[in-house]
Write a protein that binds this ligand. Structure first.
Ligand SMILES: Cc1ncc(COP(=O)(O)O)c(C=O)c1O
Length: 379
């Protein structure tokens, strides 16, 4: 049996989600825009899912815009707020996911000014530094709420306070936090918030944007009246239904999941620390997702250790999954002041609700020998 410890990359789809999606494909195949009974049945399924998403993230259903995932949600925000002749200034961080970083680089080439506030060695932002980056012409503050590589959390309420004092909207990429922690858009002060189904046991290719700001963002995809003209294209009904069920399950199980994964993650770190010499945890141990552990194994080529673990049946990640195949050191770890060698020696373990203590024990039994072997081979 394989041991999957890469839940920040993606998660297994829950049987309840598969069932609901299969039923939607069988029975709700109408076009939600059609006015006949078949269309109305599909529309009802989409609107039920909208309520389920809204309930999980503390928004009203009207504020939910369905997308193909968090990448599209992030692009919708950044392009919508910043593209065009009134393009001004945006404040973000040095540890964003590529789905924020790359659109911002493109916008920068089009003349938008981008300020990237650095994080400390613990991966956290200094609110003072954010405050001093905000300008009179700042159109948006966009921050990753929970980092995908380290799990480090930012103080969203504080950021909202700073942004709102200057009437600047706050966008949170909450993709990694949703389903792992309570994420309430109102409590966090988020005007815009991105999420995706596949990080919370839902399907890939289905996500959402919460738009509380009523900024009248132009549609990224034009070509139809869907989503109240905010996103053209016939809705992915089964994907949306799967997202809704995944959100409902997450809401019902949030506390249990938190308790379960944090106990496993802590046992993993305690075991690694006790059994493997020359290791260091990356990022704040206090302000962090309950399931995530980023560890630097000094003197180790992370990709070699990852491969050795994979051959022994354990799936983890070196840096972000989106970067796998390249052995570039993680920009997130570099931004936290790690050297390229330290970043290359780092692995991310991300636990999920379906893992158990026996799996953690098995990984702990394997790691010391594998690390010693990889260190020896590299020496
Ligand atoms: C923080 C963060 N933002 C955005 C994304 C992109 O989400 P999606 O795969 O739904 O486009 C991911 C997933 O890799 C992520 O971890």
């Amino acid at each position: 049996m394989r041991i999957y410890l890469d839940h920040n990359a993606t998660t297994p789809v829950r049987p309840e989600v598969v069932e609901a999606m299969a039923a939607a494909l069988r029975e709700r195949w109408g076009n939600p825009s059609s006015t006949h009974a078949e269309g109305a049945a599909a529309r009802a399924a989409v609107e039920r899912a909208r309520e389920q998403v809204a309930e999980l993230v503390g928004a009203s259903p009207r504020e939910i815009l369905f997308t193909s995932g968090a990448t599209e949600a992030n692009n919708t925000v950044l392009r919508g707020v910043l593209a065009g002749p009134r393009a001004r200034h945006v404040v973000t961080t040095t540890v964003e996911h590529p789905s924020v970083d790359e659109p911002l680089r493109a916008l920068e080439a089009e003349g938008v000014a981008v300020s990237r506030v650095p994080v400390g060695s613990d991966g956290r932002l200094d609110p003072e530094a954010v405050a001093s980056a905000l300008r009179d012409d700042t159109a948006l503050l966009s921050v990753i709420l929970a980092n995908n590589e380290t799990g480090v959390l930012q103080d969203a309420a504080k950021l909202a306070e700073l942004a709102h004092a200057r009437a600047i909207p706050l966008h949170l990429d909450a993709t990694q936090a949703i389903g792992k922690l309570p994420v309430d858009a109102v409590a966090l002060g988020a005007d815009l918030l991105s999420g995706t189904a596949h990080k919370l046991n839902g399907p890939k290719g289905s996500g959402f944007l919460v738009d509380r700001a009523r900024l009248a963002l132009p549609a990224l995809l034009q070509g139809g009246p869907q989503e109240r003209r905010r996103r053209g294209g016939t809705e992915n009904v089964a994907g949306i239904v799967g997202l809704g069920v995944a959100c409902a399950l997450a809401r019902a199980e949030l506390e249990d999941r938190h308790r379960h994964v944090s106990a496993l993650r802590d046992a993993l770190w305690d075991g690694i620390r006790a059994r493997v010499p020359r290791v260091r945890r990356n990022g704040s141990a206090e302000h962090v997702l309950p399931n995530t552990l980023s560890v630097e194994f000094e003197g180790v080529a992370g990709e070699v250790l990852l491969e050795a673990l994979d051959l022994d049946g354990v799936a983890v990640s070196a840096g972000a999954a989106c970067h796998s195949g390249s052995i570039e050191p993680s920009p997130v770890l570099l931004a936290m002041g790690r050297t390229p060698e330290q970043a290359r020696g780092s692995l991310r373990f991300s636990v999920g609700p379906s893992n158990d203590a026996a799996e953690v024990e098995r990984v702990l039994a394997l790691l010391p020998g594998l690390v010693a072997r990889v260190r020896e081979a590299g020496a």
